[in-house]
Write a protein that binds this ligand. Structure first.
Ligand SMILES: [Zn+2]
Length: 177
């Protein structure tokens, strides 16, 4: 994978001013994320080097400003993972199944939250973006679109789930971040 965008390698800076400009950035990021159908988006991916990311795994949008991961627990899961900045490219990345995180909301108020599986994966992936770390740095193996689809099919088969359930799992975990 070539670094087509140097800014993705830079470390983002803390947000200190919670003003209308920040709210506009968040609104734009949420719109971009929802248009893309991805699970998460970091500010650096839209060219803003601030410690901000958003996630949406289909149930609710969460905005994280100056986030800190406070706990990584559960089992380590190796799954095919993508990135909105690298369409069509996937990698097998090991992530914890459970993550706890502290952050501020758009008004500067602190909150704690936690996520499992896909949300935990999205939180870790987006958090890494804030430090210039990309999924390809952590991948044990890179996959193209076809290989990623094949991996998801095999995963569904391994789980032995009902057909419609497998389809849901496939489309959920194929969502890009
Ligand atoms: Zn990404």
């Amino acid at each position: 994978m070539d670094d087509k965008d140097e800014s993705l390698r830079k470390k983002s800076r803390e947000v200190t001013v919670f003003d209308e400009r920040l709210h506009q950035l968040l609104d734009d990021m949420v719109e971009t994320l929802q248009d893309s159908g991805g699970a998460g988006l970091a500010a650096v991916q839209v060219g803003v080097l601030r410690r901000v990311f958003v996630t949406d795994i289909g149930d609710e949008v969460v905005e994280y400003i100056n986030p800190k991961i406070t706990e990584r627990s559960g089992e380590m899961l190796s799954e095919a993972e993508g990135c909105l900045s690298f369409p069509g490219q996937y990698g097998m990345v090991e992530r914890p199944s459970h993550v706890k995180l502290e952050a501020q909301d758009r008004y500067g108020d602190f909150f704690e939250t936690e996520g499992d599986e896909l949300l935990a994966r999205a939180m870790c992936h987006e958090y890494d973006h804030l430090d210039g770390v990309l999924f390809c740095d952590l991948a044990t193996e890179m996959l193209d679109e076809e290989e990623a689809e094949q991996w998801e099919r095999q995963k569904a088969e391994r789980r032995g789930t009902a057909r419609n359930k497998a389809r849901t799992a496939r489309s959920r975990s194929r969502r890009k971040r």
